[in-house]
Design a protein around this ligand. Sequence first.
Ligand SMILES: Nc1ncnc2c1ncn2[C@@H]1O[C@H](COP(=O)(O)OP(=O)(O)O)[C@@H](O)[C@H]1O
Ligand SMILES: [Mg+2]
Length: 352
Amino acid sequence: MPVYAIWNNKGGVGKSYLTFQIASEFARQNPKKKVLVVDLCPQANSSSMLLGGMFDGEEKLNEIHSVHPRLTITGYFEDRIRSPYAPPRSGAQYVTQVVSLNNQMPNNLYLVVGDEQLEIQASRVSNATNPGPPDAWRIVHLWVRDLIQDVLDSWDNADAAVFIDCNPSFSIYTELALTAAERLLIPFSADGASKRAVKAVLSLIYGVTRNPGEQQSEFHLNSQRYRMALPKIYMYIGNRLTQMNNSSASAFKTVVEEIGEEIWKVWQATPQHFCIHPSGASTPGNKRAFRKMFQYEVNDANSASVVSSALGIPISKLTAGAKNVAGKNIVVNQSQLDKQVPNISALVKSLE
Ligand SMILES: Nc1ncnc2c1ncn2[C@@H]1O[C@H](COP(=O)(O)OP(=O)(O)O)[C@@H](O)[C@H]1O
Ligand SMILES: [Mg+2]
């Protein structure tokens, strides 16, 4: 049962958009599996898209947030703050079946709804790591993993996949997400800031330092100290790339290559941080094979992405034609869909 975190230490690279598209497409391609999205971002963008988009989804979110106790990630964390070191096993109560609120979604898709209160809660979550029992840090960092286990138990351990949308900041709840995850998807856009952010990911999680004497993150050091597994890099995804002969346009290509180079260096030094896939595949022996396994490119979906996320319709279900978004007509072309749908579908097929 794979648990994927979608994280980069930068906003606006497509974490939430890709969580929305990937999770709904994964559920469509695997109707016998259950798919859980855990929204660990206070902006709750992936929740909003999954629940119906900019208007309907936002309204559903407001309704969920107005009920006490909140059936969101914050509600679960409240249980944990009350009982930090003895798992209350209450995680399954905080799951919403997405189709009950958005009929565009497959039946087998479930969500732990995101919540802006996460930001306010964060300091209380941190406080639980210290003081406390000697391994308080470890126990608190397992809260999200416990949550996922509670949900799986309630599903009688049915075949499942989990996707965690993260906040860009390396906050306590991002740390909890990364501890729960077995695999990491790193979306990035093709710009200099993205390159720095990818370097930050490599340093914050895996302790990659660039200069002698640089400090490693407490997260990395504590993960080692408590022998906790780190998520393995499954893929780095160049997102919103302008199309040109099915690969990134030359302006973007250089940045994609530079970011690939950074990740390749980490592969050469510490291949154990990567997840070889699909299962049974042989270890890449050169840079080309490495890129083929770990690098993916997602095109800019233009108006198809705007309509898809504004209306909460997965791209594979979107039809061509004029769509009404906030009283404006936005046209989705069939030619656009012919490119975007296989692009996301192939990405999801390589997640196992
Ligand atoms: N492949 C794509 N094609 C077109 N628009 C995209 C694509 N990926 C993301 N976007 C848009 O870019 C913006 C930022 O994406 P978002 O997922 O919110 O980023 P993050 O979660 O990393 O902050 C959103 O408006 C989103 O709809
Ligand atoms: Mg986001």
